[in-house]
Design a protein around this ligand. Structure first.
Ligand code: G3H
Length: 478
């Protein structure tokens, strides 16, 4: 404590004129771990201006040079994986090994983005006029992809580095400038990541990172006329942003209630392993976590027993010790999770373990015999608590999935590929995984949510395309 991390604007590390800072509370110790600048609206205005100027020059920088800088940043990021991961451990209680993986995965993502960018942006289209009725072959249309301008990137606390670079990489390779507003928990890890881009030598003003209170600069950023695209990952705030944002392309990923549908013929050991990994890794704080198990009654007892046995083996404790289950990000998050658990208790769910909580640390909990009148059947706990709903038909399972407001991913376990495809087609989600837990990666796969889970599609290729617009020049021959 004491030191306040600076924000990054116009290629320099700066102290805000506000004289104020925002505290980042360590979820494990519940003490202030770091402080970041509380930027002002004026500072945001300044950042938008410089980003706009820098973008114009960047768009004229050859694509191969842009790619080269991104490769450089990726390498520097990987070199700095240890100090960045340490911030993730302290700010968001990510288990030590997962924290390292997040940074390495981010470096790989940036390199892949550079590769993909030179390929897809290096290609344009030529159209000729005589395919449309009434036209001669006297018009040649040349079209290519050009940048949007300034991209505002708002990643969530659970991947402050990876879900930042999944926006920054595509934005930059496509010729955009970038304004990053990191989540409060995870802001220091994000600032370290930005420093890697700084060391790579990107032009001044092209990449900026403003920190501060959502109440002060949140709406101001998202409604700023200087913003030409918003890429947001997070919770309900995204719905509010989409209502307030101007006429700019939006990319949104707002969580999910990913169902795991288990049929009678499934490999039950595989099911149990994926329920534990899918439901409890990073203590369930992933938008793609398994958030409800919909299981055929005839195999439910066996699977519940297998999952119980595996949960008993998970280590629960501090992220520094690389525990499987670590404290959830904030006290209010822990309180919310507890509220869902208590509601399920009152309404008669079966507790497979005793409910236990110390501070922000919640022990893994499987709730069996959950019914649709319980909140946890529909709401996402974002914690290590997983409901099991027993079903008597596949249709019942699909009905539950599709009655959700969310539609991010889902998964189905069966050895019958025809049934699996039928269920995938019937599930109203952006992705369905067959015989594995939901996951965003590999990071070049398309990633999208339907309904309240999001707008647009991510994944490296889709994000690059989304952060561009088509520009045409038509040659008219006499
Ligand atoms: O929390 C949302 C992330 O996009 C999930 O990513 O599936 O790699 O954990 P993941």
């Amino acid at each position: 404590e004491g030191e306040v991390y600076r924000y990054y604007a116009d290629g320099e590390w700066r102290v805000s004129a506000s004289g104020k800072s925002v505290a980042i509370v360590n979820p494990t110790t519940r003490l202030t771990q770091y402080r970041v600048q509380a930027c002002t609206q004026e500072e945001v205005n300044k950042v938008m201006e410089t980003a706009k100027v820098a973008q114009k020059a960047w768009a004229r920088t050859p694509l191969w040079k842009r790619a080269e800088l991104l490769h450089k940043a990726a390498a520097i990021l990987k070199e700095h994986k240890t100090p960045i991961a340490e911030c993730l451990v302290k700010e968001i209680a990510k288990p030590a090994k997962d924290a390292i993986s997040e940074v390495v995965r981010s470096g790989d993502l940036v390199s892949y983005t550079a590769e993909e960018g030179v390929r897809i942006l290096g290609e344009g289209k030529l159209l000729v006029s005589d395919s449309f009725p009434g036209n001669e072959r006297n018009k040649y249309c040349l079209s290519s992809k050009v940048p949007l301008g300034v991209v505002l990137a708002i990643p969530p606390f659970n991947y402050p580095v990876n879900l930042a670079v999944s926006k920054i990489g595509p934005a930059l390779i496509a010729g955009n400038a970038l304004v990053l507003k990191p989540p409060t928990q995870g802001a220091v890890a994000a600032l370290h990541m930005v420093h890697c881009f700084h060391l790579a030598g990107f032009p001044k003003g092209l990449i900026n990172c403003v920190t501060g209170k959502g109440s002060e600069i949140g709406d101001f950023l998202t409604m700023h006329p200087g913003v030409n695209c918003i890429s947001f990952t997070g919770g309900d705030t995204g719905i509010a942003i989409s209502k307030k944002a101007g006429m700019v392309p939006l990319q949104m990923e707002l969580g999910g209630k990913d169902a795991c549908v288990v049929l009678e013929d499934a490999d039950l050991d595989l099911v149990a392993a994926n329920i534990v990994k899918g439901g409890f890794s990073y203590s369930g704080q992933r938008c793609t976590a398994v958030k409800v198990v919909l299981i055929m009654e005839s195999v439910a007892d066996i699977v519940v027993e297998k999952v119980k046995a595996k949960l008993a083996k998970l280590t629960v404790g501090p992220p520094e010790a690389d525990s499987d289950i670590t404290p959830v990000v904030t006290e209010s998050s822990a309180n919310f999770i507890e509220g869902l658990v208590m509601d399920a208790k009152e309404k008669g769910a079966t507790f497979c373990q005793e409910y236990r909580r110390e501070g922000n640390l919640i022990w893994p909990l499987l709730l069996d015999h959950v019914r649709p009148d319980m909140r946890i059947a529909w709401e996402e706990p974002f914690g290590p608590v997983l409901p099991v709903i027993r079903i008597n038909s596949v249709e019942e399972g699909i009905h539950h999935c599709n009655a959700s407001n969310f539609g991010l991913q889902g998964c189905v376990f069966t050895k019958d590929i025809n049934k699996a495809i039928m269920i995938s087609d019937a599930m109203e989600t952006g992705t369905v995984q067959i015989n594995s837990a939901p996951a965003r990666g590999p990071d070049h796969f398309p990633f999208q949510g339907l309904k309240d889970s999001g707008i647009g599609s991510q994944g490296i290729t889709n994000s690059i395309n989304m952060m561009t617009k088509v520009k045409s020049t038509v040659i008219n021959l006499p």
